[in-house]
Design a protein around this ligand. Sequence first.
Ligand code: GLY
Length: 393
Amino acid sequence: MTQFFKYLFLILAISMFSCTSKSKTLSIKIDDTLLRATSQYTYLMDDLPKGRFPKTYHEKDDKLETSGSEWWCSGFYPGTLIYLDEAQQTNTFTKEIKRVLGNLEKEQFNTSTHDLGFMMFCSFGNANRLNPTPEYAQILMNSAKSLISRFDETVGCIKSWDSSDDSYLVIIDNMMNLELLFWASEYSGDKTYYDIAVTHANTTLNNHFRGDNSSYHVINYDKTTGDVRNKKTAQGYADESAWARGQAWGLYGYTVMYRATKEQKYLDQAIAIANFIVNHPNLPEDKVPYWDFNDANIPNALRDSSAGAIIASALLELNGFVDAGLKATYFHTAEKIIETLTTDEYIAKEGSNGGFLLKHGVGHLPQKSEVDVPLSYGDYYLIEAMLRYKNKL
Ligand code: GLY
């Protein structure tokens, strides 16, 4: 018996030591990667044409592709700069953040997009979190107002995409825009924002998910009855496939829903999505997903580093809401993703990749657009995941 306890103690001591030394090694790697990100973003900043936002980079012709402030990704660049200065307690990007927020500001009144959460909360939301000002708050409140102008009572959802016919299209990505509404409700004391976020999440819960808890990308609703007309994909492999970034948005979105409401059904959904991902037979050993879990070309399909980064960040938050068994699974999956994404296979060499940090993202493969390229949101969520990981240690 004594011998048995000695062995048990030895095994526990070895596994604790290997866990600690693994975390230490990864933590050092994260610090190096944050430094790399700072030098990359300094280079990107110097290359950025006035009034434009970084979108992606084409290695073939060494071309930085940019967008205007109305593009759904415009908040990621300032958000990334804010995270980098916050993480390193520096003011490297203070001037650039101010400049670029000034260019983004007008989008607070944009009612033609559902992406205002991505655009305004990743940027002004982070700026206001670190340095709350009445000006930032007003911009966020106006953004929230613009976002809820797209809500329809009968459907019970915020419309994602406008269409020329009577389609009412809602995509799973839209779950990411709700965090802005929770902020607005708390700041203003007006529960309308909260109620719309909850209604949207409930409608999505009812209609977007399959029996295995994977999600469809696009649901088309009948605006007059609120009934589902059809369920499709736009960016995935097939209507019935599990597009990796869509699963990542759902996971992140329902984790935020639980954080904001403490409603058990949202935690259950976040866990169900997480388990679909972590137990999927097509999730590779290194845990960075293929761009779609059901691409028939797997294992010869492309990976999507952006989906990996979003999943890692979401799992690290969800890890704080679950019991011991799942806690360990989610932590170790996120850790493995970060470990993989911080290798040379995924991290850009200094001065390459157009100044972006992460390589191998897949934007819209069916349209052959942004395939195997850097993506501003890949960088943003990888940096967020690394910061969340370090905070957990
Ligand atoms: N929200 C668009 C995307 O995930 O590509």
